[in-house]
Design a protein around this ligand. Structure first.
Ligand code: SF4
Length: 349
């Protein structure tokens, strides 16, 4: 039953916003006034044959819809091409196979020595701190990740801490997920305090999309565990489009910057969403206004169900070459591809 409206979320805690995310495709289309897009009414390629709702219900079976109201508020009603909508709307293209697109495009499951820990690169390990996300991005390279075998908890974390303590080449721990900020601040404080005890670990990096999708996640408690540590902390937000960066996000990022957290951004280059010089330029400029340096722009990881987001390498290189001519170097993210079994991300330019 549809009972909500796209109303203010100001009075809700981040946990309430997380719990209240939209998960029903019918409700999503209703709230965005897209329920009139029936079969045959949309004049753009594949969408002609089936209604948006039929497509969303079918693709939802493979990877469920999840989007919080705070993000939904930034999507333009009635606009099927809204770049934020296209990141979260299940579409039937996800169900067609494409050559080279697999469930585990980065072979992470071969670099998963113990549950909840991925050790791919020299000197760094990644912890799956939370299996949950606030939003399900349709292009996510972990959309088929076996989170059921990597459920974090005290026991798994203790094993992971032993692993890190036993390898003094590890100087950086990366909180990942899911989204690590979906875990509670109490859990994150405990984990961070344990990591500080391991003397060879110098840096903590947090990869999260939560400050973008639910900016209220940046609470005083969150700032406390991030900054009351001897570890050098950086936080990598994952923003793909300037429309994601509204004033609420700006306030959350300002709190982090003022607390001394280094802020970086990673973008995924996505067809129909951000594959234009104007969009990428606006994204870099807005990020910098909010205290964030653009860091990487990733070619899409070839995960099953995401082939329709692919931008060719040739076009990606053209875009970044043109962007380089428009912006100072520090605002141009490095174009890279992550490759399975490769010791680092591979620069494409
Ligand atoms: S892990 Fe990141 S990209 Fe994947 S669904 Fe979660 S927030 Fe989106």
């Amino acid at each position: 039953m549809i009972t909500r409206s796209v109303a203010s979320v100001d009075s809700l805690t981040w946990q309430e916003q997380l719990a209240g995310s939209i998960r029903d495709p019918k409700e999503l289309l209703h709230l965005l006034e897209l329920d009139s897009f029936k079969a045959g009414t949309f004049e753009s390629g594949a969408l002609l044959k089936e209604s948006l709702l039929d497509q969303a219900l079918a693709a939802n079976q493979d990877f469920p819809l999840r989007v919080p109201m705070a993000y939904l508020q930034r999507i333009k009603k009635g606009d099927i091409n809204d770049p934020l909508l296209l990141q979260i709307l299940p579409l039937k293209e996800e169900l067609s196979g494409a050559p080279g697109y697999t469930a585990d495009p980065l072979s992470e499951q071969t670099a998963n020595p113990i549950p909840g820990l991925i050790h791919k690169y020299h000197g760094r390990v990644l912890l799956i701190v939370s299996p949950n996300c606030a939003i399900n991005c349709r292009y996510c390279f972990r959309r088929h990740f076996p989170y059921q075998d990597n459920k974090p908890g005290r026991n798994e974390w203790l094993q992971a801490l032993d692993y890190i303590a036993g390898d003094d080449s590890i100087t950086e721990v990366i909180y990942s997920g899911g989204d690590p900020l979906a875990a509670s601040d109490k859990q994150l404080l405990w984990l961070t305090e344990e990591i500080v005890q391991i003397k060879h670990v110098k840096r903590l990096r947090v990869h999260t999309r939560l400050p973008i999708v639910i900016p209220d996640r940046i609470t005083d408690h969150c700032l406390h565990w991030l900054t009351s540590t001897d570890l050098l902390t950086s936080l990598v937000i994952h923003s793909n489009h300037p429309n994601e960066l509204d004033s609420h996000v700006g306030s959350a990022l300002k709190k982090l910057a003022n607390a001394g957290v280094t802020l970086l951004n990673q973008t995924v280059l996505l067809s129909g969403i951000n594959d234009s010089v104007e969009t990428l330029q606006a994204l870099s400029e807005k990020l910098f206004q909010m205290g964030v340096l653009p860091y990487y722009i990733h070619q899409l990881d070839k995960v099953k169900g995401a082939a329709h987001f692919e931008v060719t390498d040739q076009r990606a290189k053209q875009l970044i070459t043109k962007l380089t001519a428009q912006l100072p170097g520090y605002l141009v993210p490095k174009l890279v591809r992550e490759m399975p079994d490769h010791p680092n991300k591979v620069p494409l330019l």
